[in-house]
Design a binder for this molecule. Sequence first.
Ligand SMILES: Nc1ncnc2c1ncn2[C@@H]1O[C@H](COP(=O)(O)OP(=O)(O)OP(=O)(O)O)[C@@H](O)[C@H]1O
Length: 514
Amino acid sequence: MEWVEKYRPKSMNDVAGQNKIKEELTNWIEEYLQNGGYHKPLLLAGPPGCGKTTLAYALANDYNFEVIELNASDKRNKNVIQQVVGTAAVSKSLSGRRSLIILDEVDGLSGNEDRGGVSEIIKVAKTAKNPIILTANDPYKLNLSSLRNSVHLVNVNSVHTNSIPPVLRRIALQEGYEVDPKAIKMIASHASGDLRAAINDLESLLIGRTTPMETEDVRNLADRDSKGNIFDAVRIALKTTHYDIAVSTSRDLKEDIGTVQEWLAENIPREYQKPHEIAKAYDYISKSDIYLGRVYRRQHFGFWKYASALMTAGVALSKDEKYRGFIRYSPPTIFTKLSRSKVHRQKTKAVALKIGQKVHLSSKRAMEYMRLLPLIFENDIDASIGLIEYFELTRDEVEFLSKKTIATKIFKQIQKDEKEQAKARKKELKEMKKSNKESNGESKTTTKTKSKKDKSSNSSKENGNSLEKFLNPTKVKKEIEIEVETEVEIEKKEDNSDNLKNMPKSQITLDNFF
Ligand SMILES: Nc1ncnc2c1ncn2[C@@H]1O[C@H](COP(=O)(O)OP(=O)(O)OP(=O)(O)O)[C@@H](O)[C@H]1O
């Protein structure tokens, strides 16, 4: 059991601080016991975790009343109030003990489900013969204005910081933990008067601990004093059943609304227990996401408030009842997952861009087709080599897309093919050179003979005044052209050692590989 429940005071003597309220409560109940009959209900109003419900229960316990509670989780419409409260308010319980009726969080009465609830409470409050205690965080809410006249309003302040350390020390001792008094004081001031929060902090710091808790550990607690603590926002949104309270959680936060959404999405199943509540809460999160998307993509900033209300109040009102237990909330795992997968995502994107450029697709679409590559790499080595060359994939990229062993196999084959191609090329070149030499030899002899013959004209082939040039210009031109062509071809082939670069890229299509 969570410590807040385990150590909830059973008697008013155990309730820390709140001495004035205790006195008021005692007077109120004593008065009832003396006079009997109609008794004006009490409305305990104060911030969360200050002990309103605890005080009501402790009072009932001290005076041996049986408690009939209708809390925010229950439907509290006219009929329910009539049946449960109305009957109990005028009669004794089955056990013969007197009944004390507790209506928790009446400021949460709202919507269709609670229709007519407030007016019925007013009706019952005016005639109740049994004591009724109502609690609220904000008694000045509009729907309570008519109720305020029918009740006796008692303002409960947050617990004084000096009253918190003794409670924490006692709990720690009972749980068998050693704690530094300074650390306890720090937790107390950090809680800003919310004893529930202080006990929860203590539990989260001590549980499973083998070494004594020190002040340094407390420093790591999220900063509750500052407005905009995401832990508190999540806790309030998940715990409350009030629309306004839920919506207000995101108001002063430093975090952007998308982060709040991730936090809520992460922690919904930690807090909510019933599948239909979880489903409903996620449904609201997804609806808020649609609005957020429009804010980000189309700059419809007016949708901001709908996104925020759907995610906070939508999630808050998805539960049937308020869960009182302590829940250890955790930061969204999506962020750690994203940071862990960052390198992977970057590589995927880089390969997708490469492929997209070649086949004129967006990287997003290319990613869809990329899923086929590992299959091809595994099953068809020729097609794989063709694709790797066409997309100019590096060995690293192939390893990334499939497996190291498969990449090794493919690249071995590529090397083998390249060696064979190089050999074939060399042979081809040799043959070409040989045939060139032969044809050069022939033309040189002819030129020599002719130049000998034409010595008189003192001309030479080099200076372009050969007689041959005049006698047979087309032949000489052809020979020169062959020579030049051969040179160019040799140079070209030497430069383009990689077969891939010689491909007429613009004409290739994917079909070439299958
Ligand atoms: N004055 C107190 N003395 C001892 N324990 C307290 C006191 N106030 C609160 N607590 C502890 O905090 C827990 C929550 O208190 P409680 O439910 O009474 O708060 P509340 O004011 O009714 O809050 P809410 O408005 O959220 O319902 C209790 O279970 C109890 O363990």
